[in-house]
Design a protein around this ligand. Structure first.
Ligand code: MG
Length: 249
């Protein structure tokens, strides 16, 4: 069942989303060659807890950190470590969740580390573009598959592949609510969108093949062919009018 949020609940979710948005702005300044992913994680923990919120990922199914930090061919769920030092030309996907007054905000962004190649930048632009194309479909009367199809069309038209094993999701008091939101068409239009649905839309887009595998740490997901992957996510409320992005300032 898809939980419909009241105006009051969406107002609460706006606050959780704002913490995520402010964090993703703040972390941008920290991302540079020489910093470790553990340092980024420590910054996240301090940033979120100072705002009377809790990092949603810490302890979730045993995940040990406040952030997922996924570098280059890592798709999602990378574990921060003092041994992982960012280098010029890398890309890093930062996925973050904050729980504030019982509601979750969920967002992700892939950042370049220093200067990246044009080819790498094109992947980042295409994945962000796929997210925005999908959000444009988050309107009353559309169907879930319109969101999924928008990601797939945008990414594949630019020569990329969308990850299939991991999906977006409804979000509210729980980080993962119904519906699941695949980033590709599944041949059925799915539920019709209604005001008060809040969706975490999150394309994961690969430079090479769509297939992934999980490393022995049981968390880190990497592309099967070792090519780059990018991940952008916003928490979005379906309204009577324009989609409202809760994790953007
Ligand atoms: Mg998510």
């Amino acid at each position: 069942m898809i939980l419909i949020k009241s105006q009051n609940e969406i107002a609460q979710m706006r606050q959780a989303g704002r913490i995520v948005a402010e964090f993703l702005e703040a972390i941008r300044e920290k991302i540079r060659p020489g910093i470790s992913t553990a340092e980024l994680d420590a910054f996240a923990y301090a940033f979120i807890t100072k705002r009377n919120a809790r990092p949603a990922f810490k302890g979730y199914r045993g995940f040990p950190a406040s952030l997922c930090t996924s570098i280059n061919s890592e798709v999602v769920h990378g574990i921060p470590s003092p041994k992982r030092i960012l280098k010029e030309g890398d890309i890093i996907s930062i996925d973050v969740g904050a729980i504030h007054n019982g509601f979750v905000g969920d967002g992700a962004w892939t950042f370049p580390v220093g200067r990246v190649s044009d080819e790498t930048q094109r992947l980042l632009d295409a994945t962000e573009g796929a997210l925005m194309a999908a959000i444009a479909q988050a309107r009353v009367g559309k169907y879930l598959e319109d969101i999924s199809g928008a990601v797939q069309d945008y990414a594949e038209a630019r020569g990329y592949a969308v990850v299939r094993e991991y999906v977006g999701h409804g979000v509210g008091r729980s980080m993962h609510e119904e519906p699941q939101i695949p980033n590709y068409r599944q041949g059925k239009r799915g539920p019709q969108l209604r005001p008060g649905m809040v969706l975490a839309i999150e394309p994961m887009v690969n430079q090479g093949v769509w297939q992934t595998r999980t490393l022995r740490d049981k968390w880190t997901v990497v592309t099967q062919d070792g090519k780059l992957s990018a991940h952008f996510e916003h928490t979005v409320a379906v309204t009577e009018g324009e989609p409202e992005i809760l994790t953007r300032l």
